[in-house]
Design a protein around this ligand. Sequence first.
Ligand code: SAH
Length: 187
Amino acid sequence: MALPRVTEIAHFLVERSLSLGGQAIDATVGNGHDTLFLARLVGPEGRVDGFDLQSDAIERTRAKTSHLPQVRLHHSGHERMDQYVIGPVNAVMFNLGYLPSGDKSIITRPVSTLAALDTAIDLLGESGVLTVVVYPAHEGGSEEANEVTRWFQDLPKDRFRVLHHGPLDDATFSRESPYLLAAWRGK
Ligand code: SAH
């Protein structure tokens, strides 16, 4: 049996914090998989705000979600999410790196990623979850992965629980494989 992908583990964690009528953010819309996943969990009474710098990603996902009143898509950097979202939110998902089917020169970058994480954690309500899938393999990816990992390590332990998940059986683990970081507000 294949191991679950880290993105599937992220979904498993988010499902526990998000229910009908809830509020969520997809910080990296890309192909829209997470936006659709979040929209299903919150239902028509909930709300999902999605962000992406690539207009193609926004337009493609808009076509897939136009029938879903709970979805709002923003062609904007995720570091400005607090200009569009009023918290508290129940879940925020990031999927870093580049969009495999898009412009590979548009990658998430440490400065804006860390700024967005600071904003996201402030929007997170009690028992809310923040998930980040990091990709160390592409150029610049390992620096970003390290900085994001340090950011999670520096979260105050009395207010957040933090999880790190990745394939330990993979010899190239720290250099290549994507891994998941997650934080919950609360004890
Ligand atoms: N690596 C993943 C996909 C990541 S998609 C995989 O392999 O499946 C990452 C998305 O983040 C891209 O669509 C890109 O346009 C977007 N992005 C990059 N910087 C951003 C920023 N500052 N704000 C919002 N989206 C950003």
